[in-house]
Design a protein around this ligand. Structure first.
Ligand SMILES: [Zn+2]
Length: 86
């Protein structure tokens, strides 16, 4: 897998942790990690850390996680409005 493919895989896994609707979280799939990830996949902390290592830039990795979380929250608010006739 190329570094770009690894990046998009991590991005997909990061997004999963901020999905909409009911979901099940379980132990993170990274050895030694005590966090929970959606569907027992890689947790958001591990995704952010691995993206930081991959691109050698912790600030950009943080931004990606932060914007992913914020986008998910905004989408959740939009869905709430749609479902409550706002
Ligand atoms: Zn983890």
């Amino acid at each position: 897998m190329s570094k770009t493919e690894q990046f998009f895989s991590l991005l997909y896994q990061l997004n999963r942790n901020y999905g909409q609707g009911v979901s099940t979280f379980g132990a993170c799939s990274t050895d030694g990690c005590k966090q929970s990830g959606r569907g027992s996949g890689r947790c958001a902390d591990c995704c952010e850390r691995e993206i930081a290592v991959l691109i050698n830039d912790g600030d950009v990795a943080f931004q990606i996680r932060d914007y992913t979380r914020k986008a998910s929250e905004a989408i959740g608010e939009a869905v709430f409005k749609l479902e409550n006739n706002n």
